[in-house]
Design a protein around this ligand. Structure first.
Ligand code: ADP
Length: 268
């Protein structure tokens, strides 16, 4: 804690007041440190693909463009890296919009069962891995008042991670239950898992358990940080449970609306 004093002095020279301000330096220092770390991370994340691209472009302009055997793969690298940077910048813009708090959620009332099933269908249809999808979706329909684009992005991120870390022949389980006026949604995989001490940190910006591996898979390290902001904006929470070598489960909660029938009363 630091105190700073300002003397309030009249033109006549008489002192008629004293302002004492107590600063919580540790809090200020923490914010400043996080800001610096964030800028360093962003710079680093952008520099890596840029330097890679530079060397491949140099090789191409030094003559590799004439070699039919290597030119396509060199161009492919520069394309992959460009796509990664676009993803990163989009993620950063997303986060900065959420930070500025001048964004609006575009909410609409949707049936969560159908909404969730459709996202799972899309992944099930396009997946190339040998992974089984198992659904535990209740028969009762539940309505949620959500920004469907944002929630889709959250669920997309969680499912892509589950797929990324799933072994061949593994299962991904999807489900939700009702807990204390909230829907509790889960996506669970049989993947490599996350060490206990890193569990809470995976929602931090740029935090990855294995940086090289995440990069190799095209990750930006921002997916779960964005998910956390978006779920919080909807009044929910997000967390992970994991057993190393056995799998990971991501949970999040969402407030749900009682559907019209329930509001009118019990019809049975
Ligand atoms: P990334 O772009 O690296 O996937 P995320 O924010 O989506 O960034 O996730 C952060 C980190 O959390 C990942 O790098 C990974 O280490 C860990 N992680 C997330 N989901 C899983 C999962 N299902 N199984 C194992 N590790 C995971």
């Amino acid at each position: 804690l630091r105190a700073s004093f300002s003397v309030i002095q009249k033109e006549t020279g008489f002192v008629n007041g004293l302002i004492t301000v107590l600063h919580d330096i540790t809090e200020q220092q923490k914010i400043e440190m996080e800001r610096r770390e964030f800028v360093a991370n962003v710079s680093h994340e952008l520099r890596t693909p840029l330097t890679t691209m530079r060397s491949y472009l140099e090789a191409l302009s030094d003559g590799a463009w004439k070699d039919e055997n290597i030119a396509p793969s060199f161009l492919n690298v520069t394309q992959t890296e460009t796509e990664r940077m676009i993803r990163l910048v989009n993620d950063l813009l997303n986060l900065s919009k959420m930070d500025s708090r001048d964004y609006k959620l575009n909410k609409e009332l949707v049936e969560f069962n159908m909404f969730f099933n459709r996202i799972i269908d899309r992944f099930e249809m396009s997946k190339s891995q040998d992974v089984q999808f198992i659904r535990y979706i209740p028969e009762t329909t539940y309505f949620v008042d959500i920004d469907t684009d944002k929630l889709t992005q959250v669920i997309d991120n969680i499912i892509s991670n589950a797929l990324k870390y799933s072994p061949d022949g593994g299962n991904i389980r999807f489900g939700f239950t009702v807990q204390e006026n909230m829907l509790k949604v889960m996506v669970s995989d049989d993947g490599m898992g996350i060490p206990k001490e890193n569990l809470s940190r995976i929602f931090d910006r740029f935090y990855r358990v294995d940086r090289a591996r995440s990069r190799a898979m095209g990750g930006t390290g921002l997916g779960l940080a964005i998910a956390k902001e978006m779920i919080a904006a909807h009044g929910g929470k997000i967390w992970a449970e994991s057993e190393l070598g056995e799998g990971t489960t991501i949970f999040f909660t969402l407030p749900f609306e009682l559907d019209e029938l329930d509001e009118v009363g019990d019809w049975e």
